[in-house]
Design a protein around this ligand. Structure first.
Ligand SMILES: C[S@@+](CC[C@H](N)C(=O)[O-])C[C@H]1O[C@@H](n2cnc3c(N)ncnc32)[C@H](O)[C@@H]1O
Length: 314
């Protein structure tokens, strides 16, 4: 974990008191902490930095960061590396979705946070326009891979063809990425370990429907964004799943109650300040659809319409 991040970290168990974490370094190399602990003087929680990866999640989130299921599986790794980087190895069917999401940002002095960053493509794109960028995800394997890209500055991986049959892929990345100004940590979108008002930009792309408490995530975005001069990129297919979150907590997709109506209409109302989830609200700058693709195997693809909106605070 890069040292420039440390002074901005708070304990994810103590968000109300915003207790800053103190750092104990066991091993470091060129301002990168390889082994160490981040300690909370308030509740006594300890968060490990191992092989350069900081895991700063509430105790109850920890089991979701490891194992070989869902977003930690080899098949998800292949699928998301293809989705994020196929433009660089000339995949004939590559998606330009991440370039499109990033194209809405102009040069700024501020920091950016990519929430649910997966293997990091949008974070790298945001490094072209922001002073510092942090990508966070609960998948330890995604964050390890994103950090490997930071150090190797190129991509090598096994692309799944069918079952256990894979093909090697490798490519250079965009030379304009600012690797020194980008960092990836394991963190939870529902309890972000950053002090309030730190970020000029937050991106929540294709993650809302994957969270057990979508409104809590949006409240966390509100907390960590600057009250002025801030941008929020939101994008989602709104493909709600009852095995992930209770329909009572969905922000849309219901016929009655608080989640009544369609996702794009309801998120725009919230972003504008309805129900005080975002305070102050944003002015809507742009909205539309991004066509996004995930490649599971040679013969299995997901084609997704992710609906986006950009909000701005002056
Ligand atoms: C559908 S993927 C989208 C990834 C990326 N934003 C993109 O558009 O390619 C959802 C991502 O959210 C991550 N995720 C799920 N629950 C999370 C949580 N509570 N906090 C942070 N990340 C989470 C998953 O590990 C996965 O990388």
């Amino acid at each position: 974990m890069k040292k420039w991040l440390q002074e901005h970290l708070i304990c994810p168990e103590c968000l109300d008191s915003q207790t800053a974490l103190t750092l104990e370094i066991q091993e470091e190399h060129n301002d990168d902490i390889l082994e160490g602990t981040l300690n909370c003087p308030g509740c006594g929680s300890r968060y490990l930095i191992q092989e350069g990866v900081a895991v700063i999640v509430p105790q109850k989130t920890l089991p979701h960061t490891k194992g070989h299921t869902t977003y930690n599986s080899q098949s998800m790794m292949s699928a998301y590396l293809w989705s994020h980087y196929s433009e660089f190895f000339n995949g004939p069917d590559a998606t330009d979705a991440y370039r499109k999401w990033a194209s809405y940002f102009k040069q700024t002095d501020g920091w950016a946070l990519d929430i649910g960053c997966s293997v990091g493509r949008l974070s790298f794109e945001l490094s072209k326009t922001h002073t510092y960028v942090i990508g966070v995800d609960t998948s330890l394997s995604f964050i390890k891979k994103a950090r490997q890209l930071l150090s190797d500055k190129k991509l090598e991986f096994d692309l799944i063809v069918e079952g256990h049959i894979t093909e090697e892929r490798e490519c250079e990345l965009d030379p304009e990425y600012d690797y020194n100004a980008t960092e990836f940590i394991v963190a939870d979108a529902l309890a972000l370990p950053f002090r309030s008002d730190l970020f000029a930009t937050a991106a929540s792309v294709n993650i809302l429907e994957k969270l057990p408490d979508p409104i809590q995530h949006l409240k966390e975005v509100n907390r960590i964004l600057q009250k002025e001069q801030a941008n929020f990129l939101f994008s989602d297919p709104f493909s709600w799943d009852e095995s992930v979150s209770s329909p009572d907590l969905w922000i849309s997709g219901r016929n009655k109650g608080p989640g009544k109506g369609r996702g794009m209409d309801n998120i725009c109302q919230l972003i504008k300040g309805e129900n005080n989830v975002f305070d102050p609200g944003f002015i809507i700058q742009e909205k539309g659809d991004v066509l996004w693709k995930i490649r599971k195997t040679q013969n299995l693809w997901e084609h997704i319409t992710s609906q986006f909106v950009i909000g701005k605070r002056d």
